[in-house]
Ligand binder design. Structure first.
Ligand code: NDP
Length: 487
């Protein structure tokens, strides 16, 4: 028997099954078994959810009553924190999250970031006074800039860190005064459905927040993006889908916020504290490598290449995984068999391209159930190979040699992506020179962490448009209205 009751839709304040009663299986990655079922929304359900969000935005005081809205969202945040253990358990079962990731990105970090958003909204200057000036041909005018919510937001999210991404979209959007339709990935409906339940408990007004789960692929998402009642699409996922969303949104010039893929480079310079700096690259196995900002390319000096491969063979070869009770384990299974097939196809591509498979590259013998994959290391990789250019989204590290600092910067930047990266060097001057020249939205210098509730996150180039989290991530959900008044 399934462990969880059916995940329900939230439409116009009501938790309910799909209108035609359809459900689909939610498959747990640990063993490939069904953990429960989720409502499989129809286009009719979606239509009602968009209609509810539009009505709540246009006809209630949600968008204008800042104090009341933030107070309601504080109740929502408190209840989410009270549901921490439930969110943790579902993340474990539905995403395949081991404890080390639950204590961080899969649960505790996102819950810890809620107050920053709500404090930002509470203290926000909703109006700027630009003073009196003679503007245009007329007399003196007083100019003001009002900051107003964008309107109805479609939040379309992926399966890799659902609670982090769901909350990083819906809480700032709601706090800014928008109304929201959340469409999670088909693989992770339950974590989204919990947010719907908690929203009802927190008494968010009907229509303000709606959750639509569906088995996909793409039908509901496409209809949501194309609907003229939606003002902004906030999307995290693959660059290919991001492009498709942008093209569909262009029809009605809806605003888009896109947080897309990455192929981030960690650069270890020749003077770095070499063993710890190289060892940190084994962090590619965090969440089984299913992270957009994961450092999946390691760039090391040509003169120390063999040394780096020896260190990584030892460190990655001794990574422990598969114990759901071990608090230090950070690698679980991949999300689905589909994703594992995708990762396996890249192993073949890498071999055919002439890269040397040093470690892993297969399904671990001790895990015949679920979607496990071994920590994998490719050496003798050149940056023009597909395994160095394309997002694999598995526990796969590729190691590329460089000649000098400028060559390392050139290789790091030789990518369609620009999401993240890092550098290690004993010389802060050299490290900062690299940090300034690598074209990415986030960057780590000597192990420093850029990830927090108050730090903006997003990408250059094809890694996206806009920023999530931080004040910038709140302001994504605002429009500016410039007003002239008689002086
Ligand atoms: P997608 O980017 O295709 O899916 C992410 C979300 O987008 C899901 O909710 C999906 O739901 C929705 N979606 C898909 N197509 C459309 C569309 N045309 N219009 C609107 N919404 C849409 O990722 P996949 O799950 O297919 O994963 C494939 C690859 O994407 C991974 O291997 C990885 O490389 C990358 N990826 C990157 C992520 C990141 O954080 N940067 C996160 C997840 C994946 P539905 O299928 O129901 O439409």
């Amino acid at each position: 028997m399934a462990k969880y009751p059916d995940a329900k839709l939230l439409i116009d304040g009501e938790l309910r099954p799909a209108e035609n009663g359809a459900t689909y299986p939610d498959i747990g990655p640990w063993d490939g078994e069904e953990i429960g079922r989720a409502a499989d929304a129809s286009l009719g359900d979606l239509d009602k959810a968009i209609g509810a969000a539009r009505r709540a935005f246009d006809t209630t005081d949600w968008s204008t009553n800042h104090k009341k809205r933030v107070a309601t969202l504080r109740v929502f945040a408190d209840l989410l924190r009270k549901n921490r253990d439930r969110l943790a358990e579902i993340a474990h079962d539905e995403v395949g999250a081991p404890l080390g990731t639950i204590f961080s990105a899969q649960c505790d970090w996102p819950l810890g970031m809620l107050d920053f958003v709500l404090d930002t909204a509470d203290n926000y200057e909703w109006e700027d006074d630009l003073g009196v000036a003679k503007s245009g041909p007329g007399a003196n005018s007083r100019r003001k800039v009002w900051k107003e919510p964008v309107g109805v937001v479609a939040a379309i999210t992926p399966w890799n860190v659902p609670t982090q991404i769901n909350l990083a979209k819906i809480v700032p959007a709601l706090a800014a005064g928008c109304t929201v339709i959340l469409k999670p990935a088909p693989e992770t409906p339950m974590l989204a459905a919990v947010l719907g339940e908690v929203a009802v408990e927190a008494k968010l007004p009907p229509g303000v927040f709606n959750v639509i789960t569906s088995s996909g692929p793409a039908e509901i998402g496409e209809a949501l993006v194309k609907d003229p009642r939606v003002d902004l699409i906030s999307f995290t996922g693959s660059t290919a889908t991001g492009k498709r969303i942008m093209a569909n949104a262009a029809e009605k010039l809806s605003r888009v916020f896109l947080e897309l893929g990455g192929k981030s480079a960690m650069i270890v310079l020749d003077d770095a504290d070499f063993i710890p700096a190289v060892s940190r690259a084994a962090g590619v196995v965090y969440n089984a490598g299913q992270g957009c900002a994961t450092h999946t390319r390691l760039l090391v000096p040509k003169s120390r290449y063999d040394e780096a491969i020896a260190i990584l063979t030892q460190v990655m070869g001794s990574i422990q995984y598969g114990d759901p009770t071990a608090p230090t384990q950070i690698m679980g299974p991949l999300i689905s068999d589909r994703q594992r097939q995708r990762v396996m196809s890249y192993i073949e591509i890498g071999k055919q391209e002439g890269a040397r498979l040093v470690l892993g590259g297969k399904i671990p013998a001790k895990h015949d159930k679920g979607f496990w994959f071994e920590p994998t290391l490719f050496a003798d990789v050149t940056n023009d190979m597909r395994i160095a250019q394309e997002e694999i989204f598995g526990p796969v590290l590729v190691v590329i040699p460089f000649e000098d600092d400028e060559d390392a910067i050139r290789i790091a930047n030789d990518s369609i992506y620009g999401l993240s990266g890092g550098v290690a060097s004993k010389s802060m001057e050299r490290a900062l020179n690299v940090a300034r020249k690598v074209r990415t939205g986030t960057f780590s210098v000597n192990g420093g962490s850029w990830f927090a509730g108050d730090t903006p996150f997003g990408g250059f180039k094809q890694s996206g448009i806009g920023r999530e989290m931080g004040v910038a991530g709140f302001e994504e959900y605002l429009e500016l209205k410039t007003v002239g008044l008689p002086a």
